[in-house]
Design a protein around this ligand. Sequence first.
Ligand SMILES: O=P(O)(O)OC[C@H]1O[C@H](OP(=O)(O)OP(=O)(O)O)[C@H](O)[C@@H]1O
Ligand SMILES: O=C(O)c1cc(=O)[nH]c(=O)[nH]1
Ligand SMILES: [Mg+2]
Length: 193
Amino acid sequence: MDRDEVLDIFRSCDAILEGHFILTSGRRSPIFLQKVRVFQFPDKTEKLCAGLAERIREAGYGDVDAVISPAIGGIVPGYETARQLGKPALWVEREDGVFRLRRFELPKGARVVVVEDIVTTGLSVRETVEALGKEGIEVAACACIIDRSAGKADVGVPLIALAEYEVPSYSLEELPPELAAIPPVKPGSRGLA
Ligand SMILES: O=P(O)(O)OC[C@H]1O[C@H](OP(=O)(O)OP(=O)(O)O)[C@H](O)[C@@H]1O
Ligand SMILES: O=C(O)c1cc(=O)[nH]c(=O)[nH]1
Ligand SMILES: [Mg+2]
């Protein structure tokens, strides 16, 4: 599956939103990939994750013990990618703002792939790797559907992206006036009770 096919699926679901968005990193962007508009369709998700599972296998990480995803956005693609790899699908979720493997147990020394929906700065993946490290779980690699950083994000482990889609984001201090004129919205779940 190539980049255009991935972006066409997002476009066909009206998942590429335009406006003024507060990203999970706190950065601002005129573009937001509302991935759940894609993930609501199992057939489209199956196609994307087949592409991602193939990339994971090609990169030599198909034989890990499990796939683990950061909630909420990573859960659906993580589950479907795990299904295609024939591996268990787990997730970390926030407790008092910090990711934890709250509902599952994996033995110390387990090797996993983290599957994420979108990577922008890599912050959420780094938090996931840190959370798993505290439980003695080794992250062999991370795989995502779309890398908004186009390879620039450093997640501390190899990053496999099904597609790169570089779109601008700004710190509050460098916000362009045309973006500042639009009331911002924050679609993601970080910071929600
Ligand atoms: O690379 P980053 O700068 O961390 O940005 C990408 C993250 O942002 C979104 O999560 P968010 O925390 O907004 O919540 P969600 O998973 O509930 O959508 C997305 O699902 C990624 O996890
Ligand atoms: O950086 C983010 O928070 C982010 C960007 C994006 O396009 N989509 C998303 O779900 N999160
Ligand atoms: Mg997320």
